[in-house]
Design a protein around this ligand. Structure first.
Ligand SMILES: Nc1ncnc2c1ncn2[C@@H]1O[C@H](COP(=O)(O)OP(=O)(O)O)[C@@H](O)[C@H]1O
Ligand SMILES: [Mg+2]
Length: 260
């Protein structure tokens, strides 16, 4: 289970993305980027953050540490911004927190060089979890102390919004043409050879065990949190073995690299 802390102070909203995460201080004196259960797609976004963040970490990617943050909605009362107040009031209980990377800067493909090897690993991972939110418009990567860090895995695993169609949905290809790292000639074949064998049933069980029960309760078609954890693991297990053959747009990337 993820470490649990309690929010003690709301500092400020982070307005760069769409979901209005907040910067908060917690009772362990840590500063966290908090994602709210009461926001947009609600708890499924948070489940996706946990599954993808914890899987990425175990595969060797740099991902900010994750915690759960207990929130007393009373904290919303003193908040002057109506939108923030609404979020705080509707997010009582457990929310997601990630370590705040102080003074990190947003990834810029013109200012930061990425090796074909690292680009390949990240593109392969994004294909695995079907991340649609790492485009050149919105890279969702930070540069911190000279290294690339992955954030924002809320828009992944689209199949978890419709479980009956999950198997068919998970078999679909991944289009890389808009990916922020497409211009770096991602070496997906090497990444697949290295990473796919690591994505085992055991590893996925370890990863899905980190999802708080409260975010898995009452999902139609599942009679326990563990049954739903298993459902999260299955498409990833199946995809890991084959997804490198189903990445579209990678040839165009190779051609583009030759032109450069
Ligand atoms: N762990 C972090 N450390 C520092 N800044 C962060 C962190 N997580 C997010 N941010 C900043 O907040 C913005 C919004 O966060 P993000 O997770 O992308 O949420 P969303 O796009 O859903 O609003 C990011 O673009 C980034 O600038
Ligand atoms: Mg974002």
């Amino acid at each position: 289970m993820l470490k649990e802390v309690i929010a003690t102070r709301y500092i400020t909203p982070l307005r760069e993305g769409g979901s209005l995460p907040g910067l908060v201080e917690a009772d362990d004196l840590g500063t966290y980027v908090m994602k709210f259960t009461g926001a947009g797609q609600g708890r499924k976004t948070l489940v996706a953050e946990v599954v993808c963040g914890e899987l990425a970490r175990r595969l060797g990617f740099r991902v900010p540490g994750l915690v759960t943050i207990g929130l007393d909605p009373v904290m919303g009362l003193g908040e002057p911004d109506q939108e923030v107040q609404g979020l705080l009031k509707s997010s009582g209980g457990l929310n997601l927190g990630m370590d705040f990377l102080s003074r990190a800067i947003g990834f810029d493909s013109l200012a930061f060089d990425v090796s074909a090897e690292e680009a390949g690993r990240i593109v392969w991972f994004d294909a695995l979890v079907n991340n649609v939110d790492r485009s050149w418009r919105n890279p969702n990567m930070l540069v911190w102390h000279g290294d690339l860090w992955l954030i924002d895995h809320g828009a992944t695993m689209i199949w978890h919004h419709h479980w009956p169609g999950a198997q068919a949905s998970a078999a679909k290809p991944y289009d890389v043409s808009e990916h922020a790292l497409a211009p770096f000639g991602p070496d997906v074949a090497s990444a697949a050879a290295e990473l796919a064998p690591l994505v085992t049933e055991e590893l996925l069980a370890e990863v899905t065990a980190e999802i708080p029960d409260a975010w898995l309760a009452d999902e139609p078609g599942f009679d326990s949190a563990d049954a739903l954890r298993h459902a999260y693991a299955q498409p990833l297990l199946a995809r890991a073995a084959v997804i490198h053959e189903r990445i579209k747009g990678i040839e165009a990337v190779g051609a583009g690299k030759g032109d450069a």
